[in-house]
Design a protein around this ligand. Structure first.
Ligand code: FE2
Length: 295
């Protein structure tokens, strides 16, 4: 399912103020994604990128060497990952280290991502995440009580940027009933060469297949339904810098490795509805001193 043949192009829209037309609403309902070009000013993308590089500069890789891999899932056993829900923590690309354990590229070119609460802990990330435009958009797609649950800064580094296997975000950010929606911002142009996302439009209407949850002291994946996702149609979510892709929490998506010389920085913000139940066995937890907040 990870080949790149027979890929369709996404429908593309624009929204100056976060409002959606009936056509855009219908597209999101039927496709499970909505690509909004020029949603963020290029200067705001650059500001977030600069802040991300500052945060990486302040991270000492001698302290924690947790690799994030959707293939090996090595990160899931690490306490550093398990307790990152209300912190800012850094995870390396799987191919960041050579056999001797040394970084192959500079630290700033070795981090896979950091997360998961910048939107509450860092003023620049908070300013990017809590805007009137996003608040309006969240209301337009049906949120009554949007809560900002998780933020991630994803580097998709040149040459070593790792693949992210097929998944849906509600597997990881589960509520009853399901309510997770991802807001994925292209901070640089995302193309198939540098690891743009690929999705299965319409498959968000299918049942949730798996849940990633805490059992005992471990994080495990529980199968709820073992039927495979369809192979097609598939759409390549190539997106220019400043684009926002709204991803329904049950939309299957994937991104290939980045073997190109260009990074593909993206910022993601995941929102759930406060009217829904957030089970205690979800992997992502917060301290009682940091309750979830809206826009
Ligand atoms: Fe995802």
């Amino acid at each position: 399912m990870s080949g790149q043949s027979d890929l369709g192009a996404p429908r593309r829209f624009r929204s100056a103020d976060g409002g959606l037309t009936a056509e855009m609403q219908a597209a999101f309902d039927s496709d499970g994604y909505l690509l909004l070009e020029d949603f963020v000013d290029p200067e705001d993308c650059d500001r977030l990128r600069s802040r991300a590089l500052e945060l990486v500069a302040g991270f000492d890789p001698a302290e924690h060497r947790t690799v994030f891999s959707t293939a090996s899932r090595a990160h899931a056993a690490a306490e550093y990952f398990q307790s990152s829900g209300d912190k800012i923590r850094f995870f390396f690309e799987e191919d960041a280290f050579d056999p001797a354990g040394e970084l192959r590229q500079a630290k700033v070119l070795s981090i896979n991502k950091f997360g998961h609460a910048m939107h509450d802990l860092d003023p620049d990330f908070e300013a990017f995440s809590r805007t009137a435009k996003l608040r309006r958009l969240a209301g337009e797609i049906g949120f009554r009580q949007p809560l900002l649950l998780q933020s991630m800064y994803i580097f998709k580094q040149p040459r070593i940027g790792g693949e992210v296997g097929w998944h849906v975000d509600s597997t990881y950010l589960y509520t009853e009933p399901l309510s997770c929606v991802g807001f994925w911002f292209a901070l640089e142009d995302a193309t198939l060469e540098n690891g743009a996302m690929i999705c299965l439009p319409g498959a968000h209407r299918q049942k949730l297949r798996t849940r990633f949850l805490r059992r005992g002291g471990a994080l495990v994946t529980e199968t709820l339904d073992s039927s495979p996702w369809p192979d097609d149609p598939r759409v390549a979510l190539e997106a220019r810098k400043g684009s926002l892709v709204v991803l329904h929490g049950q939309l299957p998506h994937f991104s290939g490795p980045n073997r190109s010389d260009r990074s593909r920085h993206a910022y993601t913000l995941h929102v759930i509805d406060g009217a829904c139940r957030y089970p205690d066995d979800n992997w992502l937890r917060r301290g009682s001193d940091m309750p979830l907040r809206g826009f």
